[in-house]
Design a protein around this ligand. Structure first.
Ligand SMILES: *[C@@H]1O[C@H](CO)[C@@H](O)[C@H](O)[C@H]1NC(C)=O
Ligand SMILES: *[C@@H]1O[C@H](CO)[C@@H](O)[C@H](O)[C@H]1NC(C)=O
Ligand SMILES: *[C@@H]1O[C@H](CO)[C@@H](O)[C@H](O)[C@H]1NC(C)=O
Ligand SMILES: *[C@@H]1O[C@H](CO)[C@@H](O)[C@H](O)[C@H]1NC(C)=O
Length: 394
């Protein structure tokens, strides 16, 4: 069965095929030059004007018409112009496109994060019972990582004498809310860390595991302890993190946070609220005039926590509207949360359906944040000078 969103996209593609069938361009390898066409004040709805060799915003009727890093996607939820499929970002800006400076403390970088990274549409049932729950993503965790996702939100439960990833309720995993044993997803994470020796991944566990040393034995068996960043190496009380370079050199390339306060002392798994603040998730987190903290988190403005997690997705995942949410709404919230966090930019941007947008989407939000934090400019992919000042770009 097709997802409704896929049907909308297919229908839009057909309409466009009938009317614009001569608009395809050959894909060119690693062509990100067109990304720079978009100035911070451009309204994504006007991107139709921006034409190039399958560059960002180019009308298209198939993915192959778009340059590398882009795919052909329509966002009817954004209004009339959204029915026209356009080359849309689906990957983080490669570091070849700008010199990535790893000499800053870890908390001076922003990372793309997927909410419920494991709740993937079309996942086969591994419990033997059809999955009846919400879906928040549409490609595998390994694909997410390859596209530049570096933060994963995973809900872990004791289930069938093992630890499973479930999208469940009341702290209990059921056959119909169980996605897969967590070890399978950790294997994908290990594959990625093994083959990308300068990348750092953060896992946020919504933790319902109570089996003794459940988490530590899970990560040990997955062969991930060699990448584990020990709690002793994490700064507490608002101090700067080690530099990204130092963490890479020490192979501290996997940060794992639990929301269970007891496990830092008992198992050495960092208690998230000692290190991060986090805003409200769901509908209440999408009110762009406020950036409220979520339950459990210290105040957004609490300077004794040096990492900031910013959620931006509705209470019920919505594949049709995700493209709209991951655009203007998200951009606006960056500055709202910046102000609420004592003039600090968010380090993790957590979204649903991370590739869906009207153009640059969550990837563009990341370039903005990294520009601000790494070099005081509006976009890390452009020449940065500290004289640039932040403007809201909606
Ligand atoms: C990286 O940033 C630091 C701190 O701003 C600066 O001293 C250093 O020169 C930069 N390195 C490169 C390669 O740009
Ligand atoms: C946290 O983990 C401990 C040890 O597994 C468990 O006993 C406790 O119930 C958990 N707390 C919550 C709130 O889940
Ligand atoms: C948004 O937040 C503001 C400030 O907290 C509040 O006054 C307003 O009622 C909220 N709007 C909605 C729709 O929740
Ligand atoms: C901010 O929220 C208001 C009220 O929900 C909405 O009308 C407006 O479009 C939002 N602004 C942006 C930029 O998303």
């Amino acid at each position: 069965m097709l997802a409704p969103s896929t049907m909308v996209r297919r229908t839009a593609l057909l309409l466009v095929f009938l009317t614009f069938f001569n608009n395809g361009h050959a894909a060119s390898d690693e062509d990100f030059s067109n990304l720079a066409i978009l100035s911070p004040t451009d309204n994504p709805d006007n991107m139709l004007k921006l034409r190039g060799e399958g560059g960002l915003g180019t009308p298209c009727f198939s993915d192959s018409a778009c340059a590398s890093g882009l795919y052909c996607f329509a966002c009817p939820a954004a209004g009339a112009s959204g029915f026209q499929p356009k080359c849309t970002r689906c990957r983080i800006t490669p570091t070849s496109a700008f010199p990535k400076n790893t000499s800053l403390p870890f908390n001076k970088y922003a990372w793309l994060t997927t909410h419920n990274s494991f709740a993937i549409f079309g996942s086969p049932s591994e419990s033997g019972v059809p999955i009846i729950t919400f879906f928040n993503q549409e490609d595998s965790v390994l694909e997410q990582l390859n596209n530049g996702v570096r933060g994963l939100m995973l809900d872990m439960y004791d289930f069938r004498n093992d630890i499973w990833l479930c999208h469940s309720f009341r702290g209990v995993c059921y056959d119909f809310t169980a996605f897969r044993p967590a070890s399978k997803t950790l294997a994908e994470i290990k594959t990625f860390l093994d083959s990308n020796p300068t990348e750092v991944i953060t896992i946020f566990i919504e933790d319902y595991v109570t089996s003794p040393n459940g988490l530590t034995s899970l990560f040990s068996k997955a062969g991930l302890m060699k990448y584990w960043m020990p709690v002793a190496a994490m700064p507490s009380y608002g101090r700067l993190w080690p530099t990204l370079q130092t963490m890479i050199q020490r192979n501290h390339r996997l940060l794992v946070f639990t929301q269970n306060s007891t496990k830092e002392a008992t198992e050495g798994v960092a208690f998230q609220w000692r290190y991060t603040t986090e805003n409200q998730y769901g509908d209440d987190g999408m009110n762009n005039s406020s950036c409220l903290k979520r339950g459990g988190s210290p105040a957004m403005s609490d300077m004794s926590r040096s990492l900031i997690v910013q959620n931006y997705f509705p209470s019920n995942p919505n594949p049709i509207n995700a493209c709209k949410h991951n655009s203007d709404g998200l951009f606006k919230m960056l500055s709202t949360c910046y102000a609420a966090s004592g003039n600090r930019w968010s380090n993790y941007i957590a979204v649903d359906f991370y590739k869906r947008s009207t153009g640059g989407g969550a990837f563009r939000a990341l370039d903005r944040l990294n520009g601000q934090m790494e070099c005081g400019c509006e976009d890390v992919t452009k020449t940065c000078t500290v004289s640039h000042v932040w403007r809201t770009f909606v």
